[in-house]
Design a protein around this ligand. Structure first.
Ligand SMILES: *Cc1c(COP(=O)(O)O)cnc(C)c1O
Length: 349
């Protein structure tokens, strides 16, 4: 019989001792990192690490640099200040973010919510989400609710179903979006039963999170296929990470591979200024240079928006290579091939 996703997850590496058994010679100081930031590498992702090495290992295996970050902030996106009801972060006028679960199938070392992921500080409040649902009902300008965490798809089916049903009782909420790394890090969690639940709450979108083409396995492909066949539009939020995917050839392969799985690359994120993640940051100029290698060179469907989530909760800022060389009655710009072009503006009046 196939192992259940719960059994696979229960078999994860969560301690320094367990990790050292798999990786002899592991730095003993990493125990301090793990005491500060949680560790979880499940057997599925561990196997990928063993097959593909550094680009996947860096995402999952703690690094002493996490404790030696000179610039990072505990809460760079000011999420605590923007929290308006239990676990509800309201930053934009028409959509809000609800943290419904504190656990993940793997704890990414570059996590933006490193300050609290995997900990009780993020757990569902004891009194539940009643006050949160009341807030959403009282703010009909909120058209879309994003579920994140932690990973919403690690919730038991019945609890997830209950949360989605409660959201659906609020008529002003048009769209539900779930952010989940499960299709990448624990694809066996995507079962027929789960898809059956999700599709009862349409329009429901899922934005998943793949960072490297080696993550596009047969299992991940099957998970995406189940979701897409359930009528769930799929997007991907990739993070630009030093030593993982900071090369245009890697990202091209990733984005084209995602498109084949019916996953639309949505965002490529500049790493947030989260404490403990400085060693993953790449200069924005390098990100822009990578974007130049994408626009026009591969299908526009495969090109995400490169974005920076502004410190202080100021919102996402799209970063686009500068194609325009001159604004005026004639717009002058360069093509993706570097040719000088122009476009006459209509008469101003
Ligand atoms: C990123 C984010 C969103 C979603 O932004 P989109 O551009 O719509 O994907 C919503 N709320 C918060 C607090 C966020 O950080």
């Amino acid at each position: 019989m196939m192992e259940t996703w719960q059994a696979i997850l229960a078999d994860s590496i969560v301690s320094h001792e367990q990790l050292a058994r798999r990786l002899p010679g592991l730095d003993p100081h990493l125990a301090e990192v793990i005491a500060r930031y949680p560790l979880r590498i499940n057997p599925y992702y561990l196997k990928l690490i063993e097959e593909h090495g550094a680009p996947l290992a860096k995402q999952a295996i703690p690094d002493i640099a996490e404790l030696r970050d000179p610039v990072g902030l505990i809460d760079p996106l000011a999420e605590e200040d923007l929290t308006v009801a239990p676990n509800l972060i309201h930053k934009y006028p028409d959509h809000a973010l609800l943290l419904v679960h504190h656990q993940c199938a793997m704890y990414c070392r570059f996590c933006t919510r490193k300050r609290k992921v995997g900990s009780a500080a993020m757990a569902v409040p004891a009194q539940g989400f009643d006050a949160t649902f009341d807030y959403l009902a009282a703010h009909p300008n909120i058209r879309e609710v994003l579920l994140s965490g932690g990973d919403p798809l690690l919730l038991p089916d019945d609890i997830l179903d209950h949360i989605l049903a409660r959201l659906r009782q609020i008529s002003s909420i048009e769209v539900i979006r779930i952010g989940s790394r499960v299709p990448c890090t624990l694809p066996m969690r995507v079962t027929n039963q789960l898809v059956g639940i999700l599709r009862r709450h349409h329009p429901l979108y899922i934005n998943t999170h793949f960072n490297h083409p080696a993550e596009l396995t047969e299992e991940a492909g099957r998970a995406c296929q189940l979701l897409a066949d359930g009528g769930i539009p799929l997007g991907c939020q990739t993070v630009l990470l030093k030593g993982v995917n900071d090369k245009s050839e890697i990202l091209k392969k990733l984005f084209l591979g995602l498109l084949r799985l019916r996953v639309k690359p949505y965002y490529l994120f500049q790493t947030d200024l989260t404490a403990g993640t400085n060693h993953f940051r790449v200069r924005t100029s390098e990100g822009l240079a990578i974007m130049r290698q994408l626009y026009g060179h591969i299908s526009g469907m495969a090109v995400p928006t490169f974005a920076l989530d502004a410190p202080g909760g100021k919102g996402k800022i799209p970063l686009t290579p500068g194609y325009v060389t001159e604004y005026g009655d004639t717009l002058r710009f360069t093509s993706y091939r570097g040719e000088a072009c122009s476009y006459p503006e209509p008469d101003a009046l």
